[in-house]
Ligand binder design. Structure first.
Ligand code: FMN
Length: 484
């Protein structure tokens, strides 16, 4: 932590459920900023309940949800004390649309509450939540749920989160919040709005804590726009380069590919840190900054610290399935791990990094085209006036019927189902198998060998001790809130 109370290290938000409450809690109790991923938490919640909620953490958190009827209904509908039967598929939630029913929205509130509650339980450290701006439809309910659990920081990238600061202000007063929904082919001048009214769900009158808002940006121009034109306070920036795990911003200008078919980035894609410094807002550098030398460099460049993802993704507390972590760490020790930045895989159209390792099999494996989770669906207006939702990784016929173009579907992978498999919650398929896992990490994955030091496992605290060595700021143990 810096002298004025900012974290030196932000453990990056990693979806889906890679940065879960256990990982964020481990980092927060050590005095840095632990961040839970808020992406698709509603499905994460009901899958944990269907798997028997081993250890009882979800049920413990639900007892504190200030919407007791919702907690009871969730348990009635989804909790399976014995877990699922062999090959039994998970029950699914209705996919998000512009407007959804009250209980559907409440599941999202509850899921975000649970994750933040558990990450904050029993200590006084700060906890953040990461949401993707592009996954627009659940975002307001997600933010409100996280705020009911008194989340300290909201971090959002993957889009332009210009309306989020104002939404946080409104939600902290339990007032209706709105966001403009992106709708392809929507007539200009007829904006479509997402609305969320807290009072339809909760009769709270005490204002909620307004979390700090950190925008994740890849370009200084976006930071400048947000600092000047966001509809409320932006408290910090995470400046993320194209080497970071997960989705990356596309390169500027026309897309050029290297001989492996990966996007080529150049000088123009590097953020101008002078311009960011001039904004006078704290910032953290992300993407290949997971080493003590990089932390020192970042500090020299005027950053408050660094945001690190990949090194934490393989820690014991992360949500990646234990077999995946062990396999990749073994492959790493044998020098057999690579990263492929796939320009086509993600239906969002953003480049997405995929780990290549013998233990993971071929990432090019045949995957089913389907869309039953729907988090990456986008909205479009049809000529007959209907609002439709579509994902380019869905079966081609479905995508075309919703007005999509065939060429858009080429090379797309169902990230929703692949990412759920990577955290051990993959859907059972009709042929008795499970959806193949999709594992993402940053270009700097080989550098986590310095943390692993040949071991097949390590803890989040080991990552912090490695990163903070020589910083003059040791890993701490945060006491329970209010403890003497
Ligand atoms: C497994 C994994 C999943 C990620 N998912 C997200 C995400 O859902 N949202 C996000 O903003 N960043 C995501 N990231 C990026 C991290 O938050 C962080 O910025 C990045 O990992 C930093 O670079 P590094 O991987 O070189 O440490 C992800 C990274 C990893 C490794």
């Amino acid at each position: 932590m810096t002298a004025i109370g900012y974290p030196l290290i932000i453990q990056g938000g990693m979806g889906i459920a890679v940065s879960n409450w256990r990982l964020a809690r481990a980092v927060s109790t050590a005095g840095e900023l632990g961040v839970v991923s808020g992406t698709a938490l509603d499905t994460v919640l009901i899958r944990r309940l269907q798997d028997g909620d081993v250890g009882g953490a979800v049920r413990r958190a639900l007892e504190h949800l200030p919407l007791p009827d919702v907690a009871a209904e969730l348990l009635r509908k989804y909790f399976r004390p014995e877990g699922r039967g062999p090959d039994e598929p998970y029950r699914l939630l209705p996919m998000y649309r512009r407007a959804v029913g009250s209980f559907r929205e409440q599941i999202t509130i509850a899921a975000n509450f649970v994750e933040v509650f558990l990450a904050k339980e029993g200590h006084g450290g700060r906890v953040g939540i990461n949401l993707l701006t592009k996954v627009q439809m659940p975002n307001l309910a997600s933010l409100y749920g996280a705020m009911l659990a008194r989340v300290d920081v909201v971090l959002m990238g993957a889009g332009i989160p210009r309306e989020i600061p104002g939404a946080l202000d409104a939600l902290s007063r339990h007032e209706e919040a709105t966001l403009r929904l992106d709708v392809e082919d929507q007539p200009a001048g007829e904006p479509v709005t997402l609305r969320f009214a807290p009072t339809e769900h909760h009769a709270g009158s005490e204002p909620l804590h307004r979390p700090d808002f950190y925008a994740i940006v890849s370009a200084h121009s976006l930071a400048t726009t947000l600092a000047r034109k966001a509809n409320g306070r932006v408290d910090g920036f995470v400046v993320e380069g194209a080497t970071a795990g997960g989705h990356n911003a596309p390169p500027r200008g026309a897309l050029r590919l290297n001989d492996r078919g990966e996007p080529i980035y150049g000088e123009r894609d590097l953020a101008d840190l002078d311009a960011i410094r001039e904004l006078g807002v704290p910032f953290w550098l992300a993407g290949g900054f997971g080493s003590p030398a990089a932390l020192a460099d970042a500090r020299r460049l005027g950053a408050a610290g660094i945001q690190v993802g990949t090194a934490f993704a393989y820690a014991d507390e992360s949500g990646f399935a234990p077999g995946i972590k062990r396999g990749v760490l073994r492959d790493l020790a044998a020098g057999r791990v690579g990263i492929f930045t796939d320009p086509r895989a993600s239906p969002t159209g953003f480049p997405f990094k995929i780990v290549e390792a013998p233990s993971l099999g071929s990432h090019a494996a045949e995957r089913s085209r389907r869309c039953d989770l729907g988090y990456l669906r986008s909205a479009a207006r049809r000529p007959d006036g209907r609002l439709v939702y579509r994902c380019a990784a869905a079966p081609e016929s479905e995508f075309l019927a919703a007005g999509g173009e065939l060429e858009e579907t080429v090379g797309r992978k169902c990230l929703c189902n692949g990412l759920f498999s990577a955290v051990g919650m993959g859907q059972a398929l009709e042929d008795g198998g499970t959806e193949p896992a999709l594992v993402t990490s940053g270009d700097g994955i080989r550098e986590i060998a310095a943390v692993a030091r040949g071991r097949e496992s390590y803890a989040a605290r080991d990552v912090l001790e490695y990163l903070l060595a020589g910083s003059g700021d040791p890993v701490r143990s945060v006491e329970p809130a209010g403890a003497a």
